[in-house]
Design a protein around this ligand. Structure first.
Ligand SMILES: [Zn+2]
Length: 79
């Protein structure tokens, strides 16, 4: 998707949203699941033909928060 091609339908009509901005919250946020203020901003890529959406945490500091806070998807889900 980042290279402009939809992974679902193959269309090249992929649109990129604005960079995340914590103050305006204009693009979308993922809550980390604890106290206030622990959201990470995402940048969205949307296929304008089929509507598929991909979101990326583009900030490396935010990705580090996720690495510390969230479990690997391959771990047993016992929550
Ligand atoms: Zn598509």
């Amino acid at each position: 998707m980042k290279r402009g091609k939809c992974v679902k339908c193959g269309s090249t009509n992929v649109r990129r949203g604005p960079k995340p901005n914590m103050w305006r919250n204009s693009t979308g946020m993922i809550p980390l699941g604890s106290a206030w203020g622990t959201n990470v901003g995402v940048r969205n890529y949307i296929c304008a033909d089929c509507g598929y959406v991909e979101s990326y945490v583009v900030n490396d500091e935010d990705r580090e928060k996720l690495r510390k806070k969230w479990k690997l998807a391959s771990e047993r889900d016992d929550d």
